[in-house]
Design a protein around this ligand. Structure first.
Ligand SMILES: [Zn+2]
Ligand SMILES: [Zn+2]
Length: 386
C-alpha cells in the first residue's frame, strides 16, 4: 500500500501555514477519533494517517525534508527510530506488540486463548548426607491446578457479558505524538467480554492452588545455590495452555561434624600429645562410615591430614547444561588438634616430669627455631637460583 501525500491527507495546500495545518488536523482528528468510531477499522487507519501527516508537517525540519524528498526523506534511519531497514509501520506494529504482550494482530484472541501457567520457584532443603549419591526425593509443591468443579473453564454455564471497563472494546489507546499505543483492557484482557457466571470454587480463574507431590532428582554433589529446573511442574495453564516450570534452588543444611568446601569436606579430630609424638592409626568418621587415618610420629597440632576420596562427588554439567554428578570425589581434610592434658594422675605427672628432664636439653628455644627457619629460607632460595 503506497502512502498518501501528507498535504492531501490533511486537505491543505503545500504552502499552508502551521496554523492552517493545525486547524485541518484538529478537525480530521475529531472526525476519525477511535473513541467516536468504536470498532471501525477504517476510522482507525484514517486517524493514524492524519496524526502521522500532522506530526511531519508541523515540524520544520521534517516538513522540509518531506517537501524535498517525499516519504523517502523521512527514512527511519534519519529520524533515529528503530533499526535500519525497518519502516514506520514496522516500528508502530512493534510497539503494538510490545504493549499487547506480543502479537498485536491477535489481540482479539488475547484473554480467551490458551495461557501458559506461571513458573514456580521453591527452596529445596537437603542434608549433606543426602547428596553424597544421586537422590530421588518426593517433595510438596504448592501450585495452581485445574479446578475440578468447572473442569478448568472458570464457569459452568459459559455465560459472558460486556466488559464494563472498556465497554466491550477490549483495549485502551494512548497517543504519544506519532504513535498510538494500544493496551489490552486489564479487566477483560482484550476480550471485550467477561465471565458472567464465575465458578464459585475458583472464582472464574479455572485454577485453584493446591499442594502436589512431585518427585525430584538431585545429582550427587549438589551444593547450596544449585538450580534444578523441572519443566511442566509449575502452575497449570489456562484452557489449553501449557504448564509453567518448577525451579528448585538447593539449600544444604549445616552439618555438625563436616564442613563443606567445594568438593572437599573438612572435619576435626583430637589426639593426645603422646599419640602425636609417637604416631598412631585411628578411625575417623566419614559421611558414609569411617576411614583409617595414620598420624605420623611428631605430628604438630593443627596439622591438616587428608583422606582421599572421602569428600563430596564432583558436580559437572552435561551437554544440555544440566547438572550431573561426575565420577571423582574430593578429599576429607582432617584438622588434627593435639590436646594438652589438664587433669593428671600422680603417676602421669611423675612420668611427665621425668620427660621434662630430658626435654630441657632437647627442646629448641623459639630463637633457635627462628634462626633455623631463616637458614631454611636461604637454602631453598639458593637452590632456586642455582
Ligand atoms: Zn475490558
Ligand atoms: Zn472452577
Amino acid at each position: 500500500m503506497s502512502k498518501r501525500d501528507y498535504y492531501e491527507v490533511l486537505g491543505v495546500e503545500r504552502g499552508s501555514s502551521v496554523d492552517e495545518i493545525e486547524k485541518a488536523y484538529r478537525k480530521l482528528a475529531r472526525q476519525h477519533h477511535p473513541d467516536r468510531n468504536i470498532g471501525e477499522a477504517e476510522a482507525e487507519i484514517k486517524f493514524k494517517e492524519v496524526t502521522e501527516a500532522h506530526e511531519v508537517l508541523i515540524n520544520i525540519e521534517k516538513r522540509e525534508r518531506y517537501d524535498r524528498y517525499g516519504h523517502a526523506g523521512l527514512d527511519p534511519n534519519d529520524t533515529g527510530f528503530g533499526p535500519s531497514g525497518s519502516n514506520f509501520s514496522d516500528i508502530v506494529s512493534d510497539l503494538f506488540s510490545a504493549f499487547m504482550g506480543g502479537g498485536g494482530q491477535s489481540r482479539r484472541r488475547g484473554g480467551g486463548g490458551p495461557k501458559r501457567g506461571n513458573d514456580r520457584r521453591q527452596i529445596l532443603d537437603l542434608q549433606l548426607h543426602e547428596v553424597i549419591t544421586d537422590l530421588r526425593k518426593e517433595i510438596t509443591v504448592n501450585r495452581l491446578e485445574a479446578c475440578t468443579e468447572c473442569s478448568g473453564k472458570g464457569t459452568k454455564t459459559g455465560k459472558r457479558m460486556t466488559c464494563v471497563q472498556c465497554q466491550g472494546r477490549g483495549e485502551f489507546i494512548q497517543r504519544q505524538g506519532f504513535f498510538e499505543l494500544r493496551q489490552a483492557c486489564p479487566r477483560c484482557q482484550g476480550e471485550g467480554t467477561v465471565n458472567a457466571d464465575p465458578c464459585a470454587k475458583c472464582r472464574g480463574d479455572g485454577r485453584v492452588e493446591s499442594p502436589q507431590k512431585v518427585e525430584v532428582r538431585v545429582p550427587a554433589g549438589a551444593d547450596t545455590g544449585l538450580r534444578l529446573v523441572m519443566p511442566g511442574e509449575g502452575d497449570a495453564g489456562q484452557p489449553g495452555g501449557e504448564r509453567g516450570d518448577l525451579e528448585l534452588v538447593v539449600r544444604l543444611a549445616e552439618h555438625a561434624d563436616f564442613q563443606r568446601d567445594g568438593v572437599h569436606l573438612k572435619t576435626e579430630t583430637v589426639i593426645s600429645f603422646s599419640q602425636a609424638a609417637l604416631g598412631v592409626t585411628i578411625d575417623i568418621p566419614t559421611l558414609t562410615g569411617k576411614a583409617k587415618l595414620t598420624i605420623q610420629p611428631g605430628t604438630q597440632s593443627h596439622s591438616e591430614l587428608r583422606v582421599p576420596g572421602e569428600g563430596m562427588p564432583e558436580l559437572r554439567v552435561d551437554r544440555r547444561g544440566q547438572p550431573i554428578s561426575g565420577t571423582r570425589r574430593g578429599d576429607l581434610r582432617v584438622l588434627v588438634i593435639v590436646e594438652t592434658p589438664q587433669k593428671l594422675t600422680e603417676r602421669q605427672e611423675e612420668l611427665l616430669r621425668e620427660l621434662a628432664g630430658f626435654e630441657n636439653k632437647e627442646v629448641s628455644s623459639p630463637r633457635k627455631s627462628f634462626l633455623n627457619k631463616l637458614k631454611g629460607w636461604f637454602s631453598t632460595a639458593d637452590e632456586r637460583t642455582r
